[in-house]
Design a protein around this ligand. Structure first.
Ligand code: GAL
Ligand code: ZN
Length: 678
C-alpha cells in the first residue's frame, strides 16, 4: 500500500547551467513536483572518457533536490552509450533484421548482449550505485530506459553465438530441435546448433518456430541484462528497482519484472484513446501483485519529436488521468519532461516548463493534478485497489506468436485493447493478468488471442474452473504448440478434451458471409476461426451460412463446479459488438459477478477497500461528463456530504470519491479481496 503519492518529472540537470537549475528547483516546488527521475541518458556526463568516472554532479543535485523536499529515482545510463564505447567498433552495435548496422547518434544503438558493453555497463552501474545508493534522497531506481523501444531483436554476431547456446539449452540436442521444428520442410534440416540461422533476410518467410523462438530468446536476454543491473544496484542500495516499459516494446514484461521490485510504465495515449491508458493501469497493477505501480512518463500536454506531434490533451484531462491512475493502484504520476529540451530531437515535446523557463500550455493542468493529489493522498494511502472478479489474460508471449503469425496484419495490442474495452465499457471492474498470475478470487476469466496455451496456464485455468470459475477461451486461442507448430492430436490440442469439443475445421471466416448467433443476436464472424462439434458439452453459438453452416462457433461445457466456454471466432461489426456485450453480460451473470457499476460510457469507477470501508473513485475520462448510480448510501469523501442511493452526474473530466461503510460480514470478505458492495 502506498505511503505517499508521488507527482514527478524526468529531469536532465546535466544539460543546464547553474542558474537554470536554481530556477528549476523553485519552479518544481510551485508545480508541486515531489520526485524527479534523473540520469538515464547521462553516461557521457558521468564518464567523459573511458574509465574517468565522476559522479559528484549527481550526488550534489540529489542532495540539493532533497533539501528542497524533492526525492529522486536514479537511473542507470545504459540506453545511451558514449562515443568512446562505439567509435570504430561496429561489432558492438545493434544489427536489425535487414542487416543494417546502427550508428552512434540516437539511443539503443548498441547491442546489449555485447560483452564489452556489458562490462562497461556493469562498471558504471556499480559506481553510480556506490556513489548515490546510500543518499536519503534516492527512493528508487530505474534500470536503463524503455528496453527495446526503438529496436527489436538484434542480429549481430554476438547474438548469433548466444542464440545457438540458448537453443542448445532449450532443446538439448540438434535432433530434438529438428523434430520440434519439423526442419525437413524446405530442407532446413540442421546438423549442429551453429548452423541455425538468425531470422535475417530470406527470399520468403522463415520457419515459424525459428521466428518465434528468436523473439523469446531476445526477450530472455534483455531480461537477463535487467537482472544483472538490478543485482549490481542491490549491492549498494536498498531502494526498490523498476524499469519503465510499455506493451509496445519487444520485451516480455512478466519476465522482466520477475526480479524487479515494482513495475512502471510510460504512456502517451491521447484523450481519445483513454481506454488504452486505463488498460495500462489495469495491467501494470498486476505485474507485481500487491505492489503499487508507477506511471514513470506521460506528457503534461502532448508528445512530439522533430518529425511528428500528437494532439495536446484538452484542459482537465491530465487531472482525470492522474486521479484514475492513483485510484487504480498508481503510486506515482510523472511527466516527461520537466524542462523542454533545448537540443536533440525532441524539442517540440510537451513539458512542464519551457526551455526559456516559463509555464507551458500544460502547466495549469499540472497544478490541477497537484491539487487532486493532495485531496486524494490520505484516502488512497489508507485503502488499496479491490481485486476484480473479471480477469483477462495479457501475454507478451502471445504477442510474439502473433508477430510471427499475424495472418492479415493483426497485431496483439490492437486486438486485446478493444476486447478489454468491451469489459470496461460494460461497467465491470477488471484485472488484466499476466499468464502466471494467481487466479484465486476471480469468477470469470477471458483468454483471447493466445495462439499457444502452455501446460502451466492450462493447469491453472482448469483448477480455476474446477473451483467454480467460468473460463472463456478464444478467439484465436490454443491452435499452436510451444514450438509454434500445429498440434497433431487435435486442432487445439489438450484443450479440446477439457472443453468437451472436437474442432472440425479451422480457417479464416472474413469474407465468407458467415454469421454466428448467440442468445438471439446474429453477427458476421471474422478472423481465423475454429468450428466446433460438442462431444461432452453443448453448442451455444450457431453458425449461419458460409462453409460451416449449422455447426457451432461457441460451446460450453460444465467442468468441476465451473464451466469452459469456447469462443471460436470473433463476431464483428456493430452486431458483433452487441453479441459480445451479450456474451460478457450473460456469463458474468452466471458467474455471479457483483463488481459491476451502472456508469455511463466514458466514466469509470475505481473501487478500493481498507479500514472497513469501500471507496469508489469515479472519474469522467472522455470529457463529455456522465452519470453513475450509487447502490447504497455513502459519503462524499471530499465534501463530507451524505449521499443517498440513486443516480449522480459527473461533470467533464471531474471526479467524485464516495465512501461506503461495509457491513461486518463484508469486512471479513474484504480481507480475501472478495467483498462487493451492491
Ligand atoms: C519515451 C522516452 C523518453 C522520451 C519520450 C517522448 O519513449 O522514454 O525519453 O523520448 O518517450 O515521448
Ligand atoms: Zn546483438
Amino acid at each position: 500500500m502506498a505511503k505517499k503519492l508521488y507527482h514527478g518529472a524526468a529531469y536532465y540537470p546535466e544539460l543546464w547551467n547553474e542558474e537554470t537549475i536554481e530556477e528549476d528547483l523553485n519552479l518544481m516546488i510551485e508545480a508541486g513536483i515531489n520526485v524527479v527521475r534523473i540520469g538515464e541518458f547521462a553516461w557521457s556526463s558521468m564518464e567523459k572518457e573511458e574509465g574517468n568516472i565522476d559522479l559528484s554532479f549527481f550526488v550534489n543535485i540529489i542532495e540539493r533536490l532533497y533539501n528542497h523536499g524533492i526525492e529522486t529515482v536514479m537511473c542507470t545510463p545504459t540506453p545511451t552509450p558514449p562515443i568512446w564505447l562505439t567509435h570504430n567498433h561496429p561489432e558492438r552495435l545493434h544489427v536489425d533484421a535487414k542487416g543494417n548496422v546502427m550508428s552512434h547518434g540516437s539511443r539503443q544503438h548498441i547491442c546489449t548482449n555485447n560483452a564489452y558493453f556489458r562490462k562497461r555497463a556493469a562498471i558504471i552501474t556499480g559506481e553510480i550505485a556506490k556513489a548515490v545508493g546510500h543518499l536519503p534522497g534516492v527512493i528508487g531506481w530505474q534500470l536503463d530506459n524503455e528496453f527495446k523501444c526503438h529496436v527489436s531483436e538484434c542480429m549481430c554476431e554476438t547474438c548469433k553465438t548466444l542464440w545457438h547456446k540458448w537453443l542448445e539449452g532449450r532443446y538439448g540436442t540438434i535432433d530434438t530441435l529438428n523434430k520440434s521444428w519439423g526442419t525437413h520442410i524446405w530442407s532446413q534440416y540442421y546438423h549442429s546448433f551453429d548452423q541455425v540461422p538468425q531470422p535475417i533476410s530470406t527470399p520468403f518467410l522463415h520457419n515459424s518456430s525459428l521466428s518465434t523462438m528468436y523473439q523469446l530468446f531476445s526477450y530472455e536476454k534483455i531480461a537477463e541484462f535487467s537482472d544483472e543491473q538490478a543485482a549490481i544496484v542491490r549491492q549498494y542500495s536498498k531502494a526498490p528497482i523498476t524499469h519503465n516499459s510499455t506493451t509496445f516494446f519487444h520485451v516480455d514484461n512478466e519476465r522482466l519484472y520477475k526480479h524487479l521490485d515494482f513495475a512502471s510504465f510510460d504512456t502517451y495515449a491521447e484523450r481519445s484513446n483513454f481506454a488504452s491508458y486505463l488498460f495500462n493501469c489495469d495491467l501494470w497493477r498486476n505485474f507485481k501483485s500487491g505492489q503499487d505501480y508507477w506511471i514513470m512518463e506521460t506528457s503534461p500536454s502532448h508528445s512530439a519529436s522533430l518529425e511528428s506531434y500528437a494532439a495536446p490533451h484538452p484542459n482537465g484531462y491530465l487531472k482525470a488521468e492522474a486521479v484514475a491512475s492513483y485510484a487504480l493502484g498508481g503510486e506515482a504520476f510523472c511527466y516527461w519532461l520537466w524542462r523542454q529540451q533545448r537540443t536533440g530531437c525532441e524539442q517540440p515535446h510537451g513539458s512542464v516548463i519551457s526551455a526559456w523557463g516559463k509555464p507551458t500550455v500544460g502547466f495549469e493542468n499540472v497544478k490541477e493534478v497537484e491539487a487532486a493529489r493532495k485531496e486524494l493522498e490520505s484516502i488512497i494511502t489508507s485503502t488499496r485497489p479491490l481485486q476484480a472478479e473479471v480477469a483477462i489474460t495479457y501475454s507478451d508471449r502471445a504477442r510474439a506468436f502473433m508477430k510471427t503469425e499475424p495472418h492479415k496484419d493483426l497485431d496483439y495490442r490492437s486486438l486485446i485493447i478493444p476486447f478489454y474495452e468491451r469489459v470496461l465499457s460494460a461497467g465491470y471492474h477488471r484485472d488484466l493478468l499476466p499468464e502466471g498470475a494467481n487466479l484465486k478470487g476471480y469468477k470469470l476469466l477471458f483468454t483471447p488471442f493466445v495462439h499457444y496455451v502452455s501446460n502451466d496456464y492450462l493447469q491453472q485455468a482448469t483448477k480455476f474452473v474446477e473451483e467454480g470459475g467460468i473460463w472463456i477461451v478464444g478467439p484465436l486461442t490454443g491452435g499452436r504448440t510451444e514450438h509454434h507448430t500445429i498440434h497433431t492430436d487435435a486442432a487445439l490440442g489438450k484443450l479440446e478434451q477439457l472443453a468437451g469439443v472436437e474442432t472440425l475445421y479451422t480457417y479464416p471466416m472474413d469474407g465468407t458471409e458467415t454469421y454466428g448467433e448467440f442468445n438471439g443476436v446474429k453477427a458476421p464472424l471474422s478472423l481465423w476461426s475454429s468450428v466446433f462439434q460438442p462431444t461432452a458439452g453443448r453448442a451455444v453459438g450457431t453458425i449461419w451460412g458460409g462453409n460451416s453452416d449449422g455447426e457451432a462457433f461457441m460451446t460450453e461445457h460444465r467442468y468441476g463446479k465451473g464451466k469452459i466456454v469456447m469462443l471460436g471466432s470473433l463476431p464483428s461489426g456493430e452486431s458483433g459488438d452487441l453479441l459480445l456485450k451479450n456474451l460478457i453480460d450473460h456469463y458474468a451473470k452466471e458467474a455471479n459477478v457483483q463488481l459491476k457499476t451502472d456508469v455511463s460510457r466514458g466514466t469509470i469507477v475505481a473501487p478500493r477497500i481498507g479500514n472497513g470501508e469501500t471507496i469508489w473513485v469515479i472519474v469522467n475520462m472522455d470529457g463529455a461528463g456522465g452519470t453513475v448510480s450509487i447502490p447504497d448510501s455513502g459519503i462524499d469523501s471530499v465534501t463530507g456530504q451524505q449521499l443517498e442511493e440513486g443516480q449522480y452526474e459527473i461533470g467533464p473530466f471531474e471526479h467524485k470519491v464516495i465512501t461506503f461503510r461495509m457491513k461486518d460480514e463484508q469486512t471479513t470478505g474484504a480481507a480475501q479481496g472478495e467483498v462487493t458492495i451492491s
